[in-house]
Write a protein that binds this ligand. Structure first.
Ligand code: AP5
Ligand code: MG
Length: 253
């Protein structure tokens, strides 16, 4: 990971954000981000970028993948229903995921905005979200950012990804390795690999993405307040570009 390093406000998280690199340093103060969608294929960097942006704007990341994995780990009814479906990247039924997001959106930390990562990923989910946000008094319209990364690079990102089960930091054995092999830089925990991060599951995940999620991207493109950002640059550069387009689409540029 690269970028300008400063003292982090959160323990263990390196400040590599666009704010630190200067180009968007005024944004955290000037912009009410509102609802931001990060869209893109498996491994494109949605989770990595969401963590950058939440630190910059002080708004939550709402990752449906993370929420579902937490439900599986806790053995909730939702987790039991989702477990087998998620094993190799099939999609959990829309009504279950929508209900989970509905509950999350009632939390007060979403008032100034939130970053949706991995949702919506079907047209029915997008329709549901659009309707749901329309009922929130004074809510800003959605800004959607679609990240783009080449297929072979996605495969490398997926098969090389490792996660810290404690602090959730995301690593990559090829691209963003930890300082000590197999262990988190922050808390020393043993890194884990997601069950769906195999080449075989990746093929299915990409297939689902093309069939079910690509139409969601077309939906938000047609609504406007939409931008595509190249995800192959280094993490801080991608974050700076996302900040720039959100600023422009919110009319602050
Ligand atoms: P989810 O967890 O959302 O998986 P995904 O969409 O397949 O996306 P990933 O988390 O794999 O990738 P990412 O884009 O977050 O990439 P990351 O930042 O980690 O969903 C999992 C499952 O849950 C689904 O398959 C489904 O079963 C279920 N589910 C979730 N949401 C659902 C929904 N709405 N409806 C129905 N079912 C749902 O980065 C990847 C790697 O690349 C990392 O190793 C990272 O270090 C590296 N990397 C990132 N950026 C860079 C960079 N700029 N340079 C170099 N390396 C980088
Ligand atoms: Mg993710």
């Amino acid at each position: 990971m690269s970028g300008v390093t400063t003292n982090s406000p959160q323990p263990g998280i390196t400040e590599t954000s666009a704010a630190a690199s200067g180009s968007a340093s005024h944004l955290g103060h000037a912009l009410t981000p509102g609802p931001i969608l990060l869209l893109g294929a498996p491994g494109v960097g949605k989770g990595t970028q969401a963590k950058e942006l939440m630190r910059l704007w002080n708004i939550p990341q709402i990752s449906t993948g993370d929420l579902l994995r937490a439900n599986v780990a806790e053995g909730t009814d939702l987790g039991s229903a989702a477990k087998e479906i998620m094993k190799c990247g099939n999609l959990v039924p829309d009504d279950l995921v929508n209900q989970m997001v509905a509950v999350r959106l009632t939390a007060p930390d979403t008032r100034e905005g939130f970053i949706l990562d991995g949702f919506p990923r079907t047209l029915p989910q997008a329709d549901w979200l659009d309707g749901e946000l329309a009922t929130r008094p004074g809510a800003l319209p959605i800004v959607a950012v679609s990240l783009q990364v080449d297929y072979n690079q996605l495969l490398r990102r997926i098969t090389g990804r490792r996660n810290c089960p404690v602090c959730q930091r995301i690593y990559n054995v090829y691209l963003q390795p930890p300082k000590r092999e197999g262990h988190c830089d922050v808390d020393g925990s043993e890194l884990v690999q997601r069950a769906d991060d195999t080449e075989m599951c990746f093929q299915g995940r990409i297939g689902n993405y093309q069939a079910l999620t690509a139409p969601v991207i077309d939906h938000y493109r047609a609504l406007g307040r939409f931008a595509e950002v190249g995800g192959e640059q280094e993490v801080a550069a991608v974050a700076a570009e996302i900040v720039g387009v959100v600023e422009r689409l919110r009319g602050h540029a």
